[in-house]
Design a protein around this ligand. Structure first.
Ligand SMILES: Nc1ncnc2c1ncn2[C@@H]1O[C@H](COP(=O)(O)OP(=O)(O)OP(=O)(O)O)[C@@H](O)[C@H]1O
Ligand SMILES: [Mg+2]
Length: 340
Protein backbone atom coordinates (compact mmCIF):
# COMPACT_ATOMS: atom_id res chain seq x y z
CA UNK A 1 0.00 0.00 0.00
CA UNK A 2 1.14 3.55 -0.69
CA UNK A 3 2.06 5.48 2.44
CA UNK A 4 -0.23 8.45 1.81
CA UNK A 5 -3.38 6.38 1.41
CA UNK A 6 -6.01 6.57 4.16
CA UNK A 7 -7.27 3.08 4.97
CA UNK A 8 -10.31 2.74 7.21
CA UNK A 9 -11.75 -0.48 8.61
CA UNK A 10 -15.49 -0.31 9.39
CA UNK A 11 -17.42 -2.62 11.70
CA UNK A 12 -21.23 -2.77 12.05
CA UNK A 13 -23.15 -5.08 14.41
CA UNK A 14 -26.07 -2.96 15.63
CA UNK A 15 -28.86 -5.39 14.75
CA UNK A 16 -28.97 -8.60 12.71
CA UNK A 17 -26.24 -7.97 10.12
CA UNK A 18 -22.58 -8.62 10.86
CA UNK A 19 -20.62 -6.42 8.50
CA UNK A 20 -17.10 -5.21 7.91
CA UNK A 21 -15.74 -2.94 5.18
CA UNK A 22 -12.54 -1.30 4.04
CA UNK A 23 -12.43 2.17 2.49
CA UNK A 24 -9.23 3.37 0.87
CA UNK A 25 -9.15 7.12 0.26
CA UNK A 26 -12.94 7.15 0.61
CA UNK A 27 -13.47 4.40 -1.98
CA UNK A 28 -15.17 1.17 -0.92
CA UNK A 29 -12.72 -1.72 -1.47
CA UNK A 30 -14.74 -4.32 0.41
CA UNK A 31 -18.08 -4.46 2.17
CA UNK A 32 -18.90 -7.90 3.56
CA UNK A 33 -22.40 -8.32 5.00
CA UNK A 34 -23.61 -11.47 6.69
CA UNK A 35 -27.36 -11.24 7.34
CA UNK A 36 -28.56 -13.51 10.12
CA UNK A 37 -31.22 -15.91 8.89
CA UNK A 38 -31.78 -17.52 12.29
CA UNK A 39 -34.56 -15.00 13.13
CA UNK A 40 -36.88 -15.67 10.18
CA UNK A 41 -38.85 -18.39 11.96
CA UNK A 42 -39.55 -16.04 14.91
CA UNK A 43 -41.13 -13.21 12.87
CA UNK A 44 -38.69 -10.69 14.35
CA UNK A 45 -35.20 -10.38 15.78
CA UNK A 46 -34.32 -12.34 18.94
CA UNK A 47 -31.65 -10.16 20.65
CA UNK A 48 -29.77 -12.97 22.40
CA UNK A 49 -29.52 -14.98 19.19
CA UNK A 50 -28.31 -11.88 17.33
CA UNK A 51 -25.43 -11.38 19.79
CA UNK A 52 -24.36 -15.00 19.51
CA UNK A 53 -24.38 -14.88 15.73
CA UNK A 54 -22.25 -11.69 15.80
CA UNK A 55 -19.73 -13.41 18.10
CA UNK A 56 -19.42 -16.30 15.63
CA UNK A 57 -19.19 -14.06 12.58
CA UNK A 58 -17.19 -10.99 13.51
CA UNK A 59 -13.62 -12.40 13.31
CA UNK A 60 -13.99 -14.18 9.96
CA UNK A 61 -15.92 -11.24 8.45
CA UNK A 62 -13.33 -8.63 9.44
CA UNK A 63 -10.58 -10.88 8.06
CA UNK A 64 -12.55 -11.35 4.83
CA UNK A 65 -13.03 -7.57 4.44
CA UNK A 66 -9.29 -6.96 4.88
CA UNK A 67 -8.41 -9.78 2.49
CA UNK A 68 -10.84 -8.63 -0.22
CA UNK A 69 -9.37 -5.12 0.00
CA UNK A 70 -5.86 -6.62 -0.30
CA UNK A 71 -4.75 -4.96 2.92
CA UNK A 72 -3.92 -5.99 6.47
CA UNK A 73 -4.80 -4.74 9.93
CA UNK A 74 -1.25 -3.38 10.28
CA UNK A 75 -1.86 -1.07 7.30
CA UNK A 76 -5.21 0.28 8.56
CA UNK A 77 -5.10 3.97 9.59
CA UNK A 78 -8.31 4.06 11.63
CA UNK A 79 -11.12 1.81 12.81
CA UNK A 80 -14.79 2.91 12.78
CA UNK A 81 -17.48 1.07 14.69
CA UNK A 82 -21.20 1.55 15.38
CA UNK A 83 -21.80 2.49 19.03
CA UNK A 84 -25.61 2.92 18.78
CA UNK A 85 -28.52 2.89 18.43
CA UNK A 86 -29.20 -0.83 18.30
CA UNK A 87 -29.42 -3.97 20.39
CA UNK A 88 -27.17 -3.71 23.45
CA UNK A 89 -25.67 -7.20 23.17
CA UNK A 90 -25.12 -6.83 19.43
CA UNK A 91 -23.42 -3.43 19.82
CA UNK A 92 -21.19 -4.83 22.57
CA UNK A 93 -19.82 -7.50 20.23
CA UNK A 94 -18.80 -4.99 17.54
CA UNK A 95 -17.47 -2.30 19.85
CA UNK A 96 -15.45 -4.74 21.97
CA UNK A 97 -13.96 -6.32 18.88
CA UNK A 98 -13.05 -2.88 17.49
CA UNK A 99 -11.60 -1.72 20.82
CA UNK A 100 -9.52 -4.89 21.05
CA UNK A 101 -8.10 -4.33 17.56
CA UNK A 102 -7.47 -0.63 18.26
CA UNK A 103 -5.58 -1.38 21.49
CA UNK A 104 -3.64 -4.32 20.12
CA UNK A 105 -2.54 -2.57 16.92
CA UNK A 106 -2.48 0.99 18.30
CA UNK A 107 -5.07 2.39 15.87
CA UNK A 108 -7.32 5.44 16.30
CA UNK A 109 -10.94 4.54 16.89
CA UNK A 110 -14.07 6.38 15.65
CA UNK A 111 -17.40 5.47 17.31
CA UNK A 112 -20.13 6.12 14.72
CA UNK A 113 -23.85 6.79 15.19
CA UNK A 114 -25.71 4.26 13.05
CA UNK A 115 -28.37 6.70 11.82
CA UNK A 116 -25.73 9.31 10.97
CA UNK A 117 -24.12 6.61 8.82
CA UNK A 118 -27.43 5.90 7.04
CA UNK A 119 -27.89 9.66 6.62
CA UNK A 120 -24.68 10.07 4.63
CA UNK A 121 -24.83 6.72 2.78
CA UNK A 122 -26.24 8.37 -0.37
CA UNK A 123 -22.92 10.22 -0.69
CA UNK A 124 -20.86 7.06 -0.24
CA UNK A 125 -20.14 6.44 -3.90
CA UNK A 126 -21.05 9.79 -5.39
CA UNK A 127 -20.31 13.02 -3.57
CA UNK A 128 -20.82 15.26 -6.61
CA UNK A 129 -24.10 16.54 -5.21
CA UNK A 130 -23.26 18.40 -2.05
CA UNK A 131 -24.95 20.43 0.63
CA UNK A 132 -27.18 21.81 2.02
CA UNK A 133 -29.60 18.95 1.63
CA UNK A 134 -32.83 17.75 3.14
CA UNK A 135 -32.33 14.10 3.99
CA UNK A 136 -34.94 11.50 4.76
CA UNK A 137 -33.70 8.51 6.77
CA UNK A 138 -36.21 5.67 6.60
CA UNK A 139 -35.14 2.45 8.26
CA UNK A 140 -36.46 -0.36 10.41
CA UNK A 141 -36.35 1.65 13.62
CA UNK A 142 -36.21 5.29 12.50
CA UNK A 143 -37.99 7.77 10.26
CA UNK A 144 -36.52 11.27 10.42
CA UNK A 145 -35.91 14.30 8.25
CA UNK A 146 -32.58 16.11 8.59
CA UNK A 147 -31.23 19.44 7.40
CA UNK A 148 -27.66 18.60 6.42
CA UNK A 149 -25.17 21.42 5.88
CA UNK A 150 -21.86 19.55 5.53
CA UNK A 151 -20.41 16.03 5.85
CA UNK A 152 -20.13 16.63 9.59
CA UNK A 153 -23.04 19.01 10.36
CA UNK A 154 -26.73 18.25 10.49
CA UNK A 155 -29.89 18.94 12.48
CA UNK A 156 -32.91 16.70 12.82
CA UNK A 157 -36.11 18.53 11.82
CA UNK A 158 -38.58 15.86 12.84
CA UNK A 159 -39.08 12.15 13.43
CA UNK A 160 -41.85 9.64 13.80
CA UNK A 161 -43.93 9.94 16.95
CA UNK A 162 -44.79 6.22 16.88
CA UNK A 163 -43.79 3.53 14.35
CA UNK A 164 -40.95 3.88 11.86
CA UNK A 165 -41.80 3.43 8.17
CA UNK A 166 -39.85 0.13 8.03
CA UNK A 167 -41.70 -1.04 11.13
CA UNK A 168 -45.02 -0.25 9.41
CA UNK A 169 -43.96 -2.33 6.38
CA UNK A 170 -42.85 -5.18 8.67
CA UNK A 171 -45.98 -5.14 10.84
CA UNK A 172 -48.34 -5.12 7.86
CA UNK A 173 -46.33 -7.95 6.28
CA UNK A 174 -46.70 -9.93 9.49
CA UNK A 175 -50.50 -9.42 9.44
CA UNK A 176 -50.51 -10.72 5.87
CA UNK A 177 -48.28 -13.69 6.78
CA UNK A 178 -45.49 -12.52 4.47
CA UNK A 179 -42.54 -13.18 6.80
CA UNK A 180 -39.77 -10.92 8.10
CA UNK A 181 -38.48 -8.46 7.05
CA UNK A 182 -41.66 -7.55 5.22
CA UNK A 183 -40.59 -4.47 3.25
CA UNK A 184 -39.02 -6.27 0.27
CA UNK A 185 -42.02 -8.62 -0.13
CA UNK A 186 -44.55 -5.77 0.10
CA UNK A 187 -42.47 -3.94 -2.52
CA UNK A 188 -42.52 -6.99 -4.81
CA UNK A 189 -46.23 -7.70 -4.38
CA UNK A 190 -47.12 -4.00 -4.42
CA UNK A 191 -45.85 -3.77 -8.01
CA UNK A 192 -48.44 -6.40 -8.96
CA UNK A 193 -51.40 -4.85 -7.14
CA UNK A 194 -53.79 -1.89 -7.42
CA UNK A 195 -52.64 0.98 -5.21
CA UNK A 196 -56.10 2.59 -5.33
CA UNK A 197 -57.88 -0.54 -4.06
CA UNK A 198 -57.84 0.65 -0.43
CA UNK A 199 -57.68 4.21 0.85
CA UNK A 200 -55.42 3.81 3.87
CA UNK A 201 -54.72 6.86 6.10
CA UNK A 202 -51.79 9.22 5.45
CA UNK A 203 -51.01 10.20 9.05
CA UNK A 204 -50.08 13.88 9.66
CA UNK A 205 -49.41 14.33 5.93
CA UNK A 206 -50.71 17.89 5.71
CA UNK A 207 -49.85 19.19 9.19
CA UNK A 208 -46.89 21.25 7.88
CA UNK A 209 -44.39 19.62 10.27
CA UNK A 210 -41.67 17.01 9.83
CA UNK A 211 -43.32 14.67 12.35
CA UNK A 212 -44.48 11.30 11.06
CA UNK A 213 -47.10 8.86 12.35
CA UNK A 214 -47.66 5.38 10.97
CA UNK A 215 -49.57 3.65 13.79
CA UNK A 216 -52.98 4.70 12.38
CA UNK A 217 -52.12 3.06 9.08
CA UNK A 218 -51.28 -0.19 10.83
CA UNK A 219 -54.60 -0.14 12.75
CA UNK A 220 -56.53 0.66 9.59
CA UNK A 221 -54.95 -2.31 7.76
CA UNK A 222 -55.78 -4.60 10.69
CA UNK A 223 -59.45 -3.48 10.69
CA UNK A 224 -59.69 -3.88 6.90
CA UNK A 225 -58.33 -7.42 7.10
CA UNK A 226 -60.72 -8.27 9.96
CA UNK A 227 -63.66 -6.92 7.97
CA UNK A 228 -62.74 -8.89 4.86
CA UNK A 229 -62.38 -12.05 6.94
CA UNK A 230 -65.71 -11.50 8.73
CA UNK A 231 -67.35 -11.18 5.30
CA UNK A 232 -65.55 -14.39 4.28
CA UNK A 233 -64.00 -12.56 1.34
CA UNK A 234 -60.63 -13.47 -0.04
CA UNK A 235 -57.86 -11.04 0.94
CA UNK A 236 -56.40 -9.40 -2.18
CA UNK A 237 -52.86 -9.43 -0.78
CA UNK A 238 -51.21 -7.67 -3.71
CA UNK A 239 -53.80 -4.85 -3.62
CA UNK A 240 -53.33 -4.43 0.14
CA UNK A 241 -49.54 -4.29 -0.37
CA UNK A 242 -49.83 -1.74 -3.18
CA UNK A 243 -52.24 0.45 -1.19
CA UNK A 244 -50.17 0.34 2.01
CA UNK A 245 -47.00 1.12 0.07
CA UNK A 246 -48.69 4.04 -1.68
CA UNK A 247 -49.89 5.50 1.64
CA UNK A 248 -46.39 5.29 3.18
CA UNK A 249 -44.67 6.65 0.06
CA UNK A 250 -47.15 9.54 -0.25
CA UNK A 251 -46.35 10.73 3.28
CA UNK A 252 -42.58 10.30 2.95
CA UNK A 253 -42.42 12.17 -0.36
CA UNK A 254 -44.80 14.94 0.66
CA UNK A 255 -42.99 15.73 3.92
CA UNK A 256 -39.52 15.58 2.39
CA UNK A 257 -40.43 17.98 -0.43
CA UNK A 258 -42.26 20.26 1.99
CA UNK A 259 -39.13 20.49 4.17
CA UNK A 260 -36.93 21.15 1.12
CA UNK A 261 -39.18 24.02 0.05
CA UNK A 262 -39.35 25.40 3.61
CA UNK A 263 -35.54 25.45 3.90
CA UNK A 264 -34.95 26.60 0.32
CA UNK A 265 -32.87 23.50 -0.39
CA UNK A 266 -32.50 22.01 -3.88
CA UNK A 267 -30.83 18.70 -2.98
CA UNK A 268 -32.73 15.93 -1.25
CA UNK A 269 -31.51 12.51 -0.20
CA UNK A 270 -33.15 9.30 0.97
CA UNK A 271 -31.41 6.51 2.86
CA UNK A 272 -31.98 3.56 5.20
CA UNK A 273 -33.55 0.17 4.43
CA UNK A 274 -36.87 1.59 3.19
CA UNK A 275 -35.03 3.76 0.65
CA UNK A 276 -34.58 0.48 -1.29
CA UNK A 277 -38.34 0.57 -1.95
CA UNK A 278 -38.87 0.78 -5.70
CA UNK A 279 -42.03 2.90 -5.50
CA UNK A 280 -40.42 5.38 -3.09
CA UNK A 281 -37.39 5.76 -5.38
CA UNK A 282 -39.57 6.26 -8.46
CA UNK A 283 -41.99 8.76 -6.92
CA UNK A 284 -39.28 10.72 -5.06
CA UNK A 285 -37.23 10.98 -8.27
CA UNK A 286 -40.22 12.19 -10.29
CA UNK A 287 -41.35 14.75 -7.70
CA UNK A 288 -37.82 16.03 -7.18
CA UNK A 289 -37.50 16.54 -10.93
CA UNK A 290 -40.91 18.28 -11.09
CA UNK A 291 -39.71 20.74 -8.44
CA UNK A 292 -36.28 21.31 -10.01
CA UNK A 293 -34.52 19.44 -7.21
CA UNK A 294 -31.87 16.74 -7.35
CA UNK A 295 -32.09 13.43 -5.55
CA UNK A 296 -29.24 11.56 -3.86
CA UNK A 297 -29.94 7.85 -3.31
CA UNK A 298 -27.63 5.11 -2.07
CA UNK A 299 -27.10 2.06 -4.25
CA UNK A 300 -29.47 -0.70 -3.09
CA UNK A 301 -26.57 -2.48 -1.35
CA UNK A 302 -25.94 0.55 0.88
CA UNK A 303 -29.60 1.04 1.92
CA UNK A 304 -29.65 -1.68 4.55
CA UNK A 305 -27.09 -2.06 7.31
CA UNK A 306 -23.51 -2.19 6.09
CA UNK A 307 -20.07 -1.34 7.43
CA UNK A 308 -19.05 0.75 4.40
CA UNK A 309 -21.36 3.53 5.58
CA UNK A 310 -19.78 3.35 9.05
CA UNK A 311 -16.25 3.65 7.65
CA UNK A 312 -17.50 6.47 5.37
CA UNK A 313 -18.47 8.64 8.38
CA UNK A 314 -15.01 8.17 9.89
CA UNK A 315 -13.44 8.99 6.53
CA UNK A 316 -15.36 12.31 6.35
CA UNK A 317 -14.45 13.12 9.96
CA UNK A 318 -10.76 12.52 9.29
CA UNK A 319 -11.00 14.74 6.20
CA UNK A 320 -12.53 17.47 8.40
CA UNK A 321 -9.85 17.14 11.09
CA UNK A 322 -12.09 15.49 13.68
CA UNK A 323 -10.04 13.56 16.26
CA UNK A 324 -10.56 9.93 17.20
CA UNK A 325 -12.18 8.96 20.52
CA UNK A 326 -10.65 7.32 23.55
CA UNK A 327 -11.35 3.58 23.46
CA UNK A 328 -13.30 3.92 26.72
CA UNK A 329 -16.47 5.13 24.90
CA UNK A 330 -19.68 3.31 25.81
CA UNK A 331 -22.35 1.76 23.62
CA UNK A 332 -25.61 3.72 23.44
CA UNK A 333 -28.48 1.38 22.48
CA UNK A 334 -31.15 4.12 22.44
CA UNK A 335 -29.05 7.00 21.15
CA UNK A 336 -31.00 9.41 18.95
CA UNK A 337 -28.98 12.48 18.18
CA UNK A 338 -30.67 15.68 17.20
CA UNK A 339 -27.54 17.48 15.93
CA UNK A 340 -24.08 16.44 14.77
N1 LIG B 1 -37.75 -2.74 -0.76
C1 LIG B 1 -38.15 -2.37 0.45
N2 LIG B 1 -39.32 -1.73 0.64
C2 LIG B 1 -39.73 -1.33 1.86
N3 LIG B 1 -39.03 -1.56 2.98
C3 LIG B 1 -37.86 -2.21 2.85
C4 LIG B 1 -37.36 -2.64 1.61
N4 LIG B 1 -36.15 -3.24 1.82
C5 LIG B 1 -35.94 -3.20 3.15
N5 LIG B 1 -36.97 -2.59 3.78
C6 LIG B 1 -37.15 -2.37 5.22
O1 LIG B 1 -35.98 -1.77 5.74
C7 LIG B 1 -35.88 -2.11 7.12
C8 LIG B 1 -34.45 -2.51 7.43
O2 LIG B 1 -33.66 -1.39 7.20
P1 LIG B 1 -32.38 -1.10 8.08
O3 LIG B 1 -31.49 -2.28 7.99
O4 LIG B 1 -31.85 0.21 7.65
O5 LIG B 1 -33.08 -0.98 9.49
P2 LIG B 1 -32.48 -1.32 10.90
O6 LIG B 1 -31.01 -1.21 10.85
O7 LIG B 1 -33.10 -2.59 11.36
O8 LIG B 1 -33.08 -0.14 11.77
P3 LIG B 1 -32.30 1.24 12.18
O9 LIG B 1 -31.37 1.56 11.07
O10 LIG B 1 -33.42 2.20 12.35
O11 LIG B 1 -31.60 0.92 13.45
C9 LIG B 1 -36.88 -3.21 7.39
O12 LIG B 1 -37.97 -2.66 8.09
C10 LIG B 1 -37.29 -3.66 5.98
O13 LIG B 1 -38.61 -4.15 5.91
MG1 LIG C 1 -30.05 0.42 9.99
Amino acid sequence: MEDDQVIILGIETSCDDTSSAVLIDGVVRSNIISSQTIHTTYGGIVPELASREHIKGIGPIVRAALREASTSIEDVDAIAVTYGPGLAGALLVGTHFAKGLALMYDKPLYPVHHIEAHLYSGYLEDSRLGYPSISLVVSGGHTSIFHVTSPVDYTVLGSTCDDAAGEAFDKVAKMLGLGYPGGPEIDRRGCLGDSAAFDFPRGLMHDGTQTFSFSGLKTSVRRTLELLKSQQREIPINDVCASVQEAIVDVLVHKTLHAAREYGVRIISISGGVSANSRLRTVMQKKAQDHGMQLVTPQIGYCVDNAAMIAHVASMRIAHGVHASAPSFMISPKAMRTTS
